[in-house]
Design a binder for this molecule. Structure first.
Ligand SMILES: [Zn+2]
Ligand SMILES: [Zn+2]
Length: 279
C-alpha cells in the first residue's frame, strides 16, 4: 500500500473513522461505511475510493488536495466525485481546477456543489447530512450525518400485522421517520460552532478541533482566531453526550506529550474515557 499521507483509524459501532488533522498541516477524514469524507487537506492514496466529500472551509490545510484527489479518480477510471463546499467557494474552485487542467493537461471531472447552513443533503435512503454554521476566520461549515429509519406510528403499534398491511395497501402512511446523529464533524471553529448545532453534542461520534491547549495561549485570543481552546471544552464538559469524541487539529506549537498532559490535567477521566486525542 502506498503510504503518502499517514492517518489513524478507529472502529466504533460498525463505523470506521480514518483520518488525520493538525492545524496548518492537513485535515482529512473519512468513514468508508458511509461512503463519505470530510475535508481534503491531504488525500491518503487509499482514500480515493470514497466518492463524496464535505469541505468545511477553504483554508489550505482543508482543501489543498482537492485537485489531486479529482485527478486520481479520473486516472483510476472511477466516477467523478461529488464535493460539497461552502457556496461562495464553488466558482473559485471551478476556476482553479481549470487552471490546473492547463498545467497538468488532464481533465478534472467532478461535481462541485455549493452548500450553506440549514441545508439538508440526502445521501441515501438511510443517511442524510445537515449543514450548520461554524465560527471561524472565513466562512466555515459543520456537518452532521444522520441515520434515518421508518418506524411504525404510535397509533398503529400493537395492531395485528394483517391490519397494518391492509392500511398500507389502502394508501395510509403507517410509518414516520426517526433520525439519529451518527457522526458529526465540526471542522475549524470556536465552541460557538458546537453550541449552534446541538446535534454535535448528541452524535454517536464527534470529530472536533481543540487547536489550543496551553494557558500561555489565552482563550479570548484563541476565540478571535476562530478556534477552540481546551478551556472552552472544560466549560462545556457536561454537554457532551457523544459515545466517542475525537479531538484533533492541535497546533504544531505543541508536542504530543505536552498536549496529553495538559488535557489529562484539565479533564481527569477524559470525559469518562470517551475523549480521544487524535495525534
Ligand atoms: Zn485548519
Ligand atoms: Zn481554518
Amino acid at each position: 500500500m502506498i503510504n503518502n499521507a499517514p492517518f489513524k483509524t478507529i472502529e466504533h459501532k460498525g463505523l470506521t473513522i480514518e483520518g488525520y488533522s493538525r492545524a496548518a498541516v492537513q485535515s482529512c477524514w473519512r468513514v468508508p461505511e458511509l461512503k463519505l469524507g470530510f475535508d481534503l487537506g491531504a488525500q491518503p492514496w487509499s482514500f480515493m475510493g470514497t466518492g463524496t466529500w464535505f469541505v468545511s472551509h477553504t483554508h489550505l490545510d482543508h482543501v489543498a488536495a482537492l485537485p489531486v484527489y479529482v485527478a486520481r479518480r479520473r486516472m483510476m477510471k472511477m466516477d467523478p466525485p461529488v464535493i460539497y463546499l461552502p457556496e461562495h467557494a464553488v466558482d473559485v474552485v471551478a476556476r482553479l481546477l481549470k487552471l490546473f487542467t492547463r498545467l497538468d493537461r488532464g481533465r478534472l471531472p467532478c461535481e462541485l456543489v455549493g452548500t450553506k447552513p440549514g441545508d439538508e443533503i440526502e445521501l441515501s435512503r438511510e443517511h442524510v447530512v445537515t449543514v450548520s454554521a461554524t465560527e471561524h476566520t472565513i466562512p466555515s461549515l459543520g456537518f452532521v450525518v444522520w441515520e434515518r429509519r421508518r418506524k411504525l406510528k404510535a397509533e398503529f403499534q400493537g395492531m395485528p400485522g394483517h391490519k397494518i398491511r391492509d392500511l398500507r395497501l389502502a394508501g395510509t402512511d403507517v410509518t414516520h421517520e426517526t433520525r439519529f446523529p451518527v457522526v458529526a464533524y465540526l471542522g475549524d471553529s470556536t465552541a460557538t460552532g458546537l453550541d449552534n448545532c446541538p446535534a454535535m453534542y448528541e452524535a454517536s461520534v464527534l470529530i472536533m478541533e481543540i487547536t489550543f491547549v496551553s494557558s500561555r495561549h489565552r482563550p479570548e485570543k484563541v476565540r478571535k482566531f476562530g478556534h477552540i481552546h481546551l478551556a472552552d471544552v472544560v466549560a462545556r464538559r457536561e454537554r457532551f453526550k457523544n459515545d466517542l469524541i475525537l479531538a484533533a487539529h492541535f497546533s504544531t506549537r505543541y508536542h504530543h506529550r505536552q498536549i496529553r498532559s495538559l488535557v489529562e490535567r484539565a479533564l481527569p477521566g477524559m470525559l469518562d474515557d470517551r475523549l480521544q486525542l487524535w495525534m
